[in-house]
Write a protein that binds this ligand. Structure first.
Ligand SMILES: NC(=O)c1ccc[n+]([C@@H]2O[C@H](COP(=O)([O-])OP(=O)(O)OC[C@H]3O[C@@H](n4cnc5c(N)ncnc54)[C@H](O)[C@@H]3O)[C@@H](O)[C@H]2O)c1
Ligand SMILES: [Zn+2]
Ligand SMILES: [Zn+2]
Length: 370
């Protein structure tokens, strides 16, 4: 029997999201049904709503969630009803060319549920025809009472971490933390600059700090975000609204620039800043997701003569089954303050207002409690 659930749906590009009834199928082979308990609002949800990720509307939003397994499909042996899980948007397939080359953190064919969730249809039945297939954001779709995912996407973690905090490692925290620790490989004594101190950027600051960086410079346009950055481990802050951040970071690093710069905004101007903010042979890690129409123009000679590495970080190059339990342990032992990311808890119906607050830069994370 399929399950009815209330869920946040983006019906068309740029339109306000709506809470609509959906049908969640029973789990097929290899899939699990999850009762969602909490789900953070990531900037990527806003990108989906605005049509910047794709045009496969309607989207079922939400992808930073914790919950409890309700049913398991045929063949699922390592999860059982009642298990407490954080959902991941990467479940390595083991078969693709990247997995076969022992690089499962790039998996090019990550697993998702085999059956689609669909609209139940509204009273008039015109705008939202019953049976319309939903595209689950990042293959999750967790701004919903229930969702269906591949078993590999549901990672068991210690249930003493409350879902509002635990869910955050499902995207933004893992992406930022992993960008610093895995993609950039920040090591002892490195100088690091992070541009954009939202949920993702502050997690990168926490990661860089834990990895032993001697200097972690936070750059943002908002003083409130910079205050938060200091509490996550930033040693210095730069408000780039009135200051040239490239000059400021050079001044803080003996005139040289940082060994690692993480762009957690994803705009041409922040990429350019990140590029020139590096020391010679430094590493740039792009984590922020740009809009499709954005372009960047750099002198080819500068790319050559400044050297180093220009990388993108997809999900912090994480392996959820390895890394989620580790981050939860860090949280429970007081070494990673997930609670500090939570600016507010809201209901499913409040998502559009939360997007507005995110646009105005008022929150680190709004967390939907289902
Ligand atoms: N690569 C990945 O795997 C991955 C995963 C999750 C999110 N993301 C992306 O990371 C980005 C950040 O996500 P978030 O949830 O932290 O967003 P957010 O909205 O919470 O934070 C963005 C921060 O950037 C600051 N900012 C905006 N423009 C700036 C500028 N020009 N200079 C300096 N600071 C600026 C804002 O003040 C805010 O503090 C988004 O683009 C999101 O889509 C990527
Ligand atoms: Zn996200
Ligand atoms: Zn794979």
């Amino acid at each position: 029997m399929p399950h009815e659930a209330r869920a946040v749906v983006a019906l068309e590009k740029g339109a306000p999201v709506e809470v609509l009834p959906i049908l969640v199928p029973d789990p097929g082979p290899g899939d699990v049904l999850v009762a969602v308990q909490a789900c953070g609002v990531c900037h990527t949800d806003l990108h989906y709503r605005d049509g910047a990720i794709g045009d496969d509307f309607p989207y079922l939003l939400g992808h930073e969630a914790a919950g409890v397994i309700e049913e398991v499909g045929p063949g699922v042996t390592d999860l059982a009803p009642g298990d407490y899980v954080v959902l991941a948007w990467r479940a390595p397939c083991g078969q693709c060319r990247s997995c076969r080359r022992a690089r499962p953190w790039y998996c090019f064919a990550s697993r998702n549920a085999g059956r689609p969730m669909t609209l139940l249809g509204d009273a008039s039945g015109t705008r939202t025809a019953a049976g319309t297939k939903l595209t689950a954001a990042l293959g999750i779709g967790a701004f919903a009472e229930k969702t269906l995912v591949a078993a590999g996407q549901a990672v068991k973690v210690d249930p003493s971490a409350r879902p509002e905090a635990a869910g955050l490692i499902g995207c933004g925290v893992m992406a930022g933390y992993g960008a610093a620790v895995h993609t950039a490989g920040v090591g002892s004594g490195d100088t690091v600059a992070v541009i954009g101190c939202g949920g993702v950027g502050n997690a990168a600051i926490a990661g860089a700090s834990r990895a032993g960086a001697r200097r972690v410079i936070a750059v943002d346009l908002d003083d409130g975000k910079l205050d938060a950055a200091e509490r996550f481990g930033a040693t210095d802050t730069v408000n780039s609204r009135g200051t040239d951040p490239v000059e400021a970071v050079r001044a803080l690093t003996g005139g040289h620039g940082a060994d690692v710069v993480i762009d957690a905004v994803g705009r041409p101007e922040t990429y350019r800043q990140a590029f020139y903010m590096r020391d010679l042979a430094g590493t740039l890690v792009q984590v922020g997701v740009p809009d499709p129409d954005m372009r960047i123009d750099l002198p080819l000679l500068d790319l050559f003569s400044r050297g180093g590495a220009l990388k993108s970080s997809w999900y912090g190059d994480c392996l959820p089954s390895r890394d989620f339990p580790v981050l939860i342990d860090l949280f429970l032992s007081g070494k990673l303050d997930l609670e500090r990311f939570i600016s507010e808890t809201i209901a499913l119906d409040d998502l559009e207002a939360a997007f507005a607050r995110m646009r105005r830069g008022e929150v680190l994370r709004s967390v939907v409690v289902v």
